[in-house]
Design a protein. Structure first.
Length: 240
C-alpha cells in the first residue's frame, strides 16, 4: 500500500492527487459523521491518529487530516532530533543554512501544503513518558528533559504561530511548561492487561487486582499503580 500510495500522489495526470490523498483520513471521518443520525451526540467527538515516527506517506496523510499535534517524547536526544525534524518537515524551519539551500531547490511537504492551500496541524502538547515504577519521573533523565523543554519553549518564543496558544499569557518558561508539557506514567503491566482484555484503563480499578489473561496466566496489579496512570491521563486530557 505504501508503494502504491507513493506512486499515486506523484501521478502527473492528476494534478490534485497529492491533495486528495493527504486529506483522505479527514474526509473519511467527515463522511462517517455525515451518515450518523444522532449528530448531536457526536458533536464533540475527537479522533486521535497514532503515527509512526517516520515521515512516511501515512504520517503525512495523518498530519494533514489533523488540526492539532501531540508530540510524545522520552528524555533523550533522539526526541530532540525528532522535534527538529517536525519543525523542518512541517514548518520549514531548517537547523542549518545548508539544509535551507537544499530545500529551496526541491518540492517539499511544506511547499505542497501551501500550493494546495492546506493547513498543517498546530502543536498542542508535549507528552513525556519518563516514569519509573517507584520513583515517579526518573531523576536520571531530569537534566535532558529540561534541555528538551527549554528547546521547545525557545521554538514557541520564535514561532508562536505553530502553536495553539500564541497569546501573551504564557510569558515565562514555567507558565508555558504548565500549559504545554505533561508527564504520563508508563502503563507497564496495567497497559498490557487493559489492551489484552479489551478493558479500558479507567474500568480496571472497579474489577479488582487479579486478572486472567487470554493464555490463562493470572496477573496481579497494584491498584494504586493504575489509578496513578488514570490521574496522569486525566491531567493530559484536561489540557486538550
Amino acid at each position: 500500500m505504501s508503494l502504491a500510495l507513493n506512486y499515486s500522489v506523484l501521478n502527473p495526470a492528476n494534478i490534485t492527487a497529492w491533495k486528495n490523498h493527504m486529506t483522505a483520513i479527514k474526509r473519511l471521518c467527515q463522511s462517517e459523521f455525515d451518515n450518523i443520525k444522532n449528530k448531536e451526540k457526536y458533536k464533540k467527538l475527537v479522533v486521535f491518529i497514532d503515527c509512526h515516527p517516520s515521515f512516511s506517506i501515512y504520517t503525512q496523510m495523518a498530519l494533514l487530516s489533523s488540526d492539532y499535534l501531540i508530540i510524545p517524547m522520552m528524555a533523550d536526544f533522539t526526541s530532540l532530533e525528532g522535534i527538529k525534524g517536525i519543525l523542518m518537515l512541517l514548518y520549514e524551519q531548517y537547523p542549518s543554512e545548508f539544509l535551507k539551500r537544499y530545500a529551496s531547490n526541491i518540492i517539499t511537504f511544506n511547499k505542497q501544503v501551501k500550493q494546495f492551500e492546506l493547513k498543517s496541524p498546530k502543536i498542542k502538547q508535549f507528552v513525556f513518558n519518563n516514569y519509573t515504577s517507584n520513583k515517579g519521573v526518573a531523576n536520571a533523565y531530569n537534566s535532558i528533559k529540561q534541555e528538551l523543554i527549554n528547546f521547545c519553549y525557545e521554538q514557541y518564543q520564535s514561532f508562536p504561530q505553530y502553536f495553539t496558544k500564541n497569546d501573551n499569557s504564557l510569558d515565562s518558561l514555567i507558565t508555558w511548561q504548565n500549559a504545554y508539557v505533561t508527564d504520563v506514567k508508563d502503563f507497564h503491566s496495567s497497559g498490557k492487561v487493559s489492551a489484552s482484555l479489551g478493558t479500558p484503563l479507567h474500568q480496571l480499578p472497579a474489577q479488582g487486582q487479579k486478572f486472567k489473561m487470554p493464555d490463562g496466566e493470572q496477573i496481579t496489579l497494584a491498584k494504586h499503580r493504575y489509578e496513578e496512570a488514570i490521574e496522569n491521563l486525566k491531567s493530559l486530557v484536561s489540557k486538550l
